[in-house]
Design a protein around this ligand. Sequence first.
Ligand code: ATP
Length: 369
Amino acid sequence: MSYHETLSLSREEFEELLDHFEERTYDGRTYRHLPDYRRSLERGTALVGGAVVRGFPKIPRTLVLETGVPRQFDETVYVEEKLDGYNVRVVRLDGDVLAFTRSGIVCPFTTAKAQSLLDLDPLFDDYPDLMLCGEMVGPENPYTTHDYPGVDSLAFRAFDVRHRETGASLPVPERRERCAAYDVPQVPFHGSFDPDAGVEPVERVIRDLDERGREGVVMKTRDVSAQLKYTTSATNVDDLTYAFSLPFDYGQPFMFRRVIREAFQSVEWDEADEAARDRAHDLGEAILLSMRETVAEIDDGVAVGEDHTVRGDSEAIAALFDHFRDMGLQLDVTSDRREDGQRVVEFRKRTQKTNDKTRAYLDGKIVRE
Ligand code: ATP
């Protein structure tokens, strides 16, 4: 079948979309991927030697559980924990297990990790068209920095199993059974509920996750045709702390959205004045104290940036840095060593805007605002 047939598009529609694909190579293999959303195609869709790897859909959010949940769902809702890491789709093509990041790039580091962390051949032998979707979590990776209890370095947690070419999901209960049968670790499951009977069950889950400093939930219909996410205050505060520590490199919408979410949660939970004041206090600290620290550091002549550590075999790490160089990223390696037979590299992604703007303001730059 040709690409346009597999993607259920007309030849003209496909050819128009093709202009938005970017070409890359991985290990001698040329492929194309769609880095942004375009009409009927998911962001991250990849075309690899005649095969299609569907993108992972964008998950909508509600700011108010009580009204948003019944608006999105009219059948049983399955609740899974939303883990804070980075999105990965793992497939097997021509005998090779490949891991695609959100925008459809084959990441050499993640591919090596998927191959070493998971034994996927039995699963792909039985289901060759399957696409395993999950979150890579843990502190040692090139994209996110979130710690995850029980994960010292990096771990994979499955949250969806789709058909690689159609993107159709395996229903939640079947997917959980299949992953368990093939020893694929999964995101925690928090039960199911009937949205007509109220959202109290999911609210309870959120309060518990919030206390444990976890990110939130993704609610799904059985066949995953509809999804909805909702996050905890703990995660809003963490995100704001991080974003305001690099205030000119994070987009203002990223920050503003998280502040807005706090207001809606405070009202939905009918918070007493004192609880609302505590929330305001945490929010204020997240915004101001992290930024204050950054300004003080730059004032002391220290450059700020996003610090990452990666651990793995030497070749995979070399491939990762080649990949970053190709993408034009500015990196400073702060440590490169061997530990227990593995290469461990600590590096900093330069956040030029925060360094430059903060320096300029400290030097008295006059602003007209
Ligand atoms: P994007 O544009 O990549 O969707 P976003 O910032 O809008 O990013 P997020 O808030 O990160 O989206 O939430 C969606 C992401 O949550 C998914 O793409 C997936 O990587 C991640 N995720 C974590 N746990 C789950 C889960 N249990 N079910 C579905 N997705 C999950």
